[in-house]
Design a binder for this molecule. Sequence first.
Ligand code: BTN
Length: 268
Amino acid sequence: MQIYQHYSENGLFSSKIYHFTTIDSTNEEAKRRAETHQLQNFDIIISNEQSTGKGRNNKDWHSPLGNLYFSIYLNNEEVNKINNRAYIFNVIAILSMHLAISKLLTKDLLLALKIKWPNDLLFNNKKICGILSKISQNNSGEKSKEKFMIIGIGVNINNHPPDELLNNFKATNLQEIGVNTNNIALLELFLDRFFTTYQKWQNFGEDLIRQQWLQYAHNLNQEITLSLEQEIYRGIFTGIDQDFNLMLQLPNNQIKKIGFCEILAIES
Ligand code: BTN
């Protein structure tokens, strides 16, 4: 394992990057280190591959060599700042990854990169990045009861799972769209944007972040289908409210709000 330090462009923030060649899951390693108080705010665990990478809804996240797999640690103080609004760090993270990948795209490709609510990145309707995050509580030692958040992010750089392993969506990777990069280079681009977006949020509040998110939203003002646990809804995706609920205009013109955590799958 190698360790590097990454400083934000204005020098105000820094992350220690713990770089593994192989590991079970960067989310699990971050959790183990967090529970034994070995991490500081914004530290990163990255691995070249994962043997048991996890995706949302209990799915496996296929993690061979060639892609980006990493987790960010946020400490108790950060978690307390957001109260019940845990989605805000997911939003800052997906927005920052959108900005990082955009930096690598030629102008004509920029419009193809979209954020799919709640927190995936799509390129031409195909998934390129996903986020799995969790808030946990320490239950040992003098820092017991302190909370922490782990945000795990996977980006397909050189390969992606074959269609038959994916349920209702297709995937792609950066190389396929003509972008050459590697996991550390993309992580560093991401971190610079993560710190800037985080500071924007601190200085100007959530609304600015929401506006920016909406600029890149997939299927905004279009008809979409949402599958929740019990029901399927079809309607127009008209926007995101102040609590980051998705607003769906149903055929009877009623607005149905769907919470960030409620979502199990979105087909569109
Ligand atoms: C999704 O289902 O879209 C979320 C995928 C999240 C994958 C990342 S890869 C790094 C981190 N470690 C994991 O085991 N999962 C996340």
